[in-house]
Write a protein that binds this ligand. Structure first.
Ligand SMILES: Nc1ncnc2c1ncn2[C@@H]1O[C@H](COP(=O)(O)OP(=O)(O)OP(=O)(O)O)[C@@H](O)[C@H]1O
Length: 292
């Protein structure tokens, strides 16, 4: 069954503070969504609505046309993976997998064991004794193997070292191809995880600034690399996001399209034109808003 999640004009109000303001979006099965935003932007507030942890102060949130808050059918189809405090957990990792199998009908125990082995997760150890990275690997294993129609990973990589994160990312891609669902990855590791995203949701100060396919988003800017003097000449008067210089070579990231009157200059000078990165766009777009 394919899934369509629709949020309309969602607001989350905490006493004095509005954590989310008038947020609307659509999510569909088969896509991986990158949810990015600066600290305190409202990412977890949005995810807690999807997980039914919280009721929106206003607005609607539906899956396939049905409200999800306290809706048992849909709550059972959403898995929210986030950092957990396991300091008082004496059960083993193995027992956790058994528990997940008991409570989640879609849980695939065999796959969970395969992923646990890839993570080198010591299943016979009490969870409280696992390192932070291994506790995250346990959460990630359960999140993947539950195969919920909506699977949310909220900075689920905490403490994982780089090779472990690579295992995690590879499994996300491979298992999503086998069992397409809505996957949301909330992250601060923008550069590292960019290649996983089909679409990006960028939140800034409680507002959804962008929901766009990653390819469209990356066409909002470009990079130019080549002889430093020529690059500087090219970039004069343009809005640059970042620049790097190595000896006589320089690279700049520019926001916007290449201006018509500079196209010939690029051709003649032989400067190399490439894509902008999500990391640079993110920094630029969230700074720009702050200035406004
Ligand atoms: N229970 C709460 N009571 C009051 N304010 C809250 C509560 N939870 C979150 N907030 C505030 O709402 C805003 C959004 O917080 P949220 O946790 O959604 O941000 P975030 O984007 O997930 O941040 P981070 O990247 O730092 O985890 C912040 O200003 C935060 O202080």
């Amino acid at each position: 069954m394919s899934i369509k999640v629709e949020g309309h004009h969602l607001t989350v109000q905490f006493k004095e503070h509005e954590a989310l303001t008038n947020v609307s979006f659509t999510l569909e099965s088969g896509k991986i969504y990158g949810l990015i935003g600066r600290n305190g932007a409202g990412k977890t507030s949005l995810l807690s609505l999807l997980a039914s942890y919280r009721k929106p102060s206003s607005g609607t949130l539906k899956i396939n046309g049905e409200d999800i808050f306290e809706n048992e059918k849909w709550m059972a189809e959403v898995t929210f993976v986030h950092q957990t405090n396991y300091k008082d957990e004496y059960d083993t990792a193995e027992a956790y997998l058994k528990l997940a199998e008991r409570y989640r009908p879609s849980f695939d125990r065999k796959y969970a064991e395969e992923v646990a082995a890839l993570f080198k997760l010591p299943l016979n150890q009490p969870v409280r004794k696992l390192s932070t990275g291994m506790q995250s690997a346990l959460n990630a294993t359960i999140g993947l193997a539950t195969r919920s129609k909506v699977t949310i990973f909220d900075e689920a990589y905490q403490g994982m070292d780089a090779p472990t994160r690579e295992v995690f990312y590879k499994e996300i891609l491979e298992d999503q191809a086998r069992f397409p669902r809505v996957i949301i990855l909330s992250t601060h590791l923008v550069s590292e995880m960019e290649y996983l995203f089909d679409e990006v949701l960028m939140i800034h100060k409680g507002k959804l600034m962008i929901q766009e396919p990653i390819d469209t988003l990356l066409q909002k800017g470009f990079s130019v690399t080549g002889d430093a003097e020529q690059v500087e000449q090219f970039a004069e008067g343009l809005e640059t996001l970042s620049e790097q210089r190595l000896g006589g070579t320089k690279s700049v990231m520019v926001y916007g399209a290449i201006p018509e009157d500079k196209i010939d200059f690029v051709r003649q000078s032989g400067l190399e034109v490439g894509n902008v990165t999500l990391h640079d766009l993110f920094i630029q777009l969230t700074n720009e808003k702050e200035e406004n």
